[in-house]
Ligand binder design. Structure first.
Ligand SMILES: [Zn+2]
Length: 304
C-alpha cells in the first residue's frame, strides 16, 4: 500500500501551522494479530495508536512515551507505547461477556482518565500529564491533552480499520518573535484567519479518506490552494520491548514464595507478553536461578 507504515511531516509555507500524517499498516496488523478484539475495542485501539504516534512526533524526547487509558467501563484499560524512533506496541482490555456495543468513548471507557508519560531513555527526565476521558471522540480527548500540556491549538482526525490505522494532526505554532506590538496584533489576527481556514478545509476529511489516501494525495485534496511543504516519510513499526531479563524482574518482584507456589501447582512458570504474545517459560531450575542470582530486583510493571 502506498505510504504504508509511515509518518510524514508537513508545513504551511505562508503561516505557522504544521502537521503530521501517519499510516500504520503491517505495524497495526502485527499489533492486533494475537488478539481477538471486538470491533469497537479494536478500532479505538487503532485510533489511539495513530494518535499516540502523532503525539510522539510533536514531542522532543529520546525514550519512551506511554499512553494509558483507564476507566470503569467495558474497555477498562488501554496502553500504547511509542519510542522516539516510532516503534509502537499496544494492548486493550475489556470485560463482560458481550462485546461492547457502538458507543461514545466516554461510554466505552466509563469516563476515567488518560495518562501520558514521557521518559527519556537515560532517565534524565520524566514528564506526566493527565486528562479526563471525556467527549464523544478520542480526538476530543487528545485535543484537550494538547491544549493543557503543549498549550498549542491542535486538531486531530483519526481512523482505524482491521487493515490500517491512520491519523492527521494540525498544530498552530507561535508566530515569529521580535516583532512590534502592532505587528504582533496584526499577525495574531491574520494567524487566526489562517488557522480557521485550514481547520475549515480539513473539516471535510472523512475517516474513509483518511484511511485510504496517501499523505500527498490527502493534503492535495484538502489544501490544494495552500502552499504546503511535505517532508520525506519516516518509518513507523511494531516492536515489543519484552525480554527474558524483564520477565525475570517481574517474577523476582512477585517473590520467591509465590513463584514456588506456581511451580508446585503447574510444574513450570510461564509468562506470556500481552503485547506480542511471546511466552517465557521457567522450569524449576530457571526459577531457582531467579532468586540465587545477585541481579538487582526490577520494579514490577504491569503487562510486560
Ligand atoms: Zn512482548
Amino acid at each position: 500500500m502506498a505510504d504504508g507504515d509511515t509518518l510524514r511531516r508537513f508545513l504551511f509555507e505562508r503561516f505557522p501551522v504544521r502537521g503530521y500524517v501517519v499510516h500504520l499498516d503491517a505495524s497495526w496488523r502485527a499489533l492486533i494479530e494475537h488478539h481477538d478484539y471486538p470491533p469497537l475495542v479494536r478500532d479505538t485501539l487503532g485510533e489511539t495508536v495513530a494518535a499516540t504516534m502523532l503525539l510522539a512526533a510533536t514531542l522532543k524526547f529520546e525514550g519512551l512515551l506511554t499512553l494509558q487509558m483507564q476507566g470503569p467501563g467495558p474497555m477498562h484499560l488501554l496502553v500504547v507505547q511509542a519510542t522516539h524512533r516510532m516503534a509502537v506496541r499496544g494492548v486493550a482490555r475489556w470485560r463482560g461477556a458481550e462485546p461492547p456495543a457502538a458507543a461514545s468513548l466516554e461510554a466505552l471507557t466509563g469516563g476515567g482518565q488518560v495518562t501520558v508519560t514521557v521518559e527519556n531513555a537515560d532517565r534524565s527526565s520524566r514528564y506526566q500529564g493527565i486528562v479526563p476521558l471525556a467527549g464523544a471522540r478520542l480526538a476530543d480527548c487528545f485535543e484537550s491533552y494538547f491544549a493543557q500540556s503543549e498549550q498549542l491549538p491542535t486538531r486531530l482526525w483519526l481512523a482505524a480499520t482491521p487493515e490500517r490505522a491512520a491519523g492527521l494532526l494540525l498544530q498552530r505554532l507561535p508566530s515569529g518573535a521580535s516583532a512590534s506590538a502592532e505587528e504582533i496584533e496584526h499577525s495574531a489576527a491574520a494567524g487566526d484567519e489562517d488557522w480557521n481556514r485550514v481547520l475549515h478545509l480539513a473539516a471535510t476529511l472523512t475517516p474513509t479518506e483518511l484511511a485510504a489516501l496517501p499523505a500527498s494525495e490527502l493534503l492535495r485534496r484538502l489544501f490544494h490552494e495552500e502552499d504546503v511543504r511535505l517532508f520525506e516519510p519516516g518509518p513507523v513499526f511494531f516492536q515489543c520491548t519484552c525480554s527474558r531479563e524483564r520477565v525475570s524482574g517481574i517474577l523476582r518482584s512477585l517473590g520467591e514464595a509465590e513463584v514456588r507456589d506456581i511451580l508446585a501447582e503447574r510444574g513450570s512458570v510461564e509468562v506470556t507478553c500481552e503485547f506480542c504474545n511471546r511466552s517465557w517459560r521457567y522450569d524449576a531450575v530457571d526459577a531457582a536461578g531467579l532468586f540465587t542470582d545477585a541481579g538487582p530486583v526490577q520494579g514490577s510493571r504491569a503487562l510486560q
